[in-house]
Design a protein around this ligand. Structure first.
Ligand code: GDP
Length: 309
């Protein structure tokens, strides 16, 4: 059994390759829900939707999120009511949100809603779990005040200076059913190339999850989301620096030091090998940039070969 922890875009690209090599029945995915946001009357889970859209072959590959070929009629109509529409959502993506909202109104949990959505997209045999059924929201403290992560990232385009981070609701969040069991019964735990602060960090902060990773008999491997010390997209470096950390793969290795066995680094970060090895973490240096499906699969194949799986 393999369990993977991940966020949205980077994780989805990586898992798209992994699922070509590992049968769905042998995989459990634990996905971040701390960047969920209440908007347009819906509770939107961008990371879970991105994973489902990508793994079912429906993603808009240019953007890395949303459904391919989707139109924007609903969003454009909403702006004529004076509603702010900075958070992009296509018409068919709105339909996903309506489906989920109906389920929530009928009392279904986030886990059940995720499962039913995945099934509707043909992924019924893949165990995709939200990190928690309880609501957690990431709020970013900046020099212009505190704002929801999506507002900082999308509306404000990462312009305000980050000074801190607040995971609202994390104290009351419990691992969703199946999470602790999957971690305890895995041979391999993969930390996807996702933002360590706002994607992997919140998953590990849900009560009991970090301990379950530390105590699992599984080998734990992480793929760095940084290429040459920078994210391919998103605010990983800005958030790390804003929290007083260095933006580097070795700094990420330090964040995972209590459980990490192997760190996969991009060729451009080969200079960090010694520092990471000094943390008693094995390194595997390879091309980690996944520009298409084939490169995603090649990366997974190299990693599984390296691990002799
Ligand atoms: P988000 O919440 O949708 O931004 O999703 P993630 O946290 O999963 O993704 C953001 C991270 O994925 C960024 O730090 C990117 O650098 C990383 N990422 C995206 N594509 C790739 C890739 O092809 N290779 C690697 N190594 N990282 C990637």
């Amino acid at each position: 059994m393999i369990t993977a922890l991940g966020g949205g875009v980077g994780a989805a690209k990586f898992l798209n390759g992994l699922t070509k090599l590992v049968p769905n029945e042998e995989l459990t995915l634990i996905i971040n829900t701390a960047d969920d946001i209440e908007l347009y009357g819906f509770n939107i889970s961008p990371d879970i939707d991105t994973i489902i859209y990508r793994l079912s072959g429906n993603i808009d590959t240019d953007k890395g999120w949303g459904l391919k070929g989707d139109s924007l009629n609903v969003l454009n109509s909403l702006s004529s009511f004076g509603i702010e529409t900075w958070f992009g959502l296509g018409d068919r993506d709105f339909a996903t949100q309506v489906f989920k909202k109906e389920l929530a109104l009928n009392g279904k949990s986030k886990t059940e809603i995720t499962n039913l959505t995945a099934s509707s997209f043909g992924l019924g045999n893949l165990n995709i779990l939200p990190m928690s059924d309880q609501s957690v929201e990431t709020w970013i403290e900046t020099n212009e005040g505190e704002m929801h992560f999506q507002e900082y990232y999308i509306k404000r385009r990462m312009e305000p200076e980050v000074t801190g981070l607040n995971l609202r609701g994390i104290e009351d969040a419990k691992p969703s059913p199946g999470v602790l069991n999957a971690l305890a019964n895995s041979d391999l735990i993969i930390i996807c190339p996702s933002n360590p602060i706002i994607s992997i960090g919140p998953i590990l902060e849900v009560k009991g999850i970090r301990e379950a990773v530390v105590n699992s008999p599984a080998k734990v491997i992480a793929i760095s989301p940084l290429i040459g010390g920078k994210p391919l997209k998103g605010p990983a470096d800005k958030l790390m620096r804003g929290l007083g950390l260095e933006a580097s793969s070795s700094e990420i290795a330090k964040l995972y030091k209590d459980f990490l066995d192997v760190m996969v680094l991009d060729d451009s970060d080969g200079g960090e090998v010694e520092t990471i090895n000094s943390l008693e973490i094995i390194t595997f240096v390879t091309d980690t940039i996944m520009t298409d499906d084939e490169k995603s699969e090649t990366l997974s194949r190299r990693i599984l070969d390296f691990l002799d799986i």
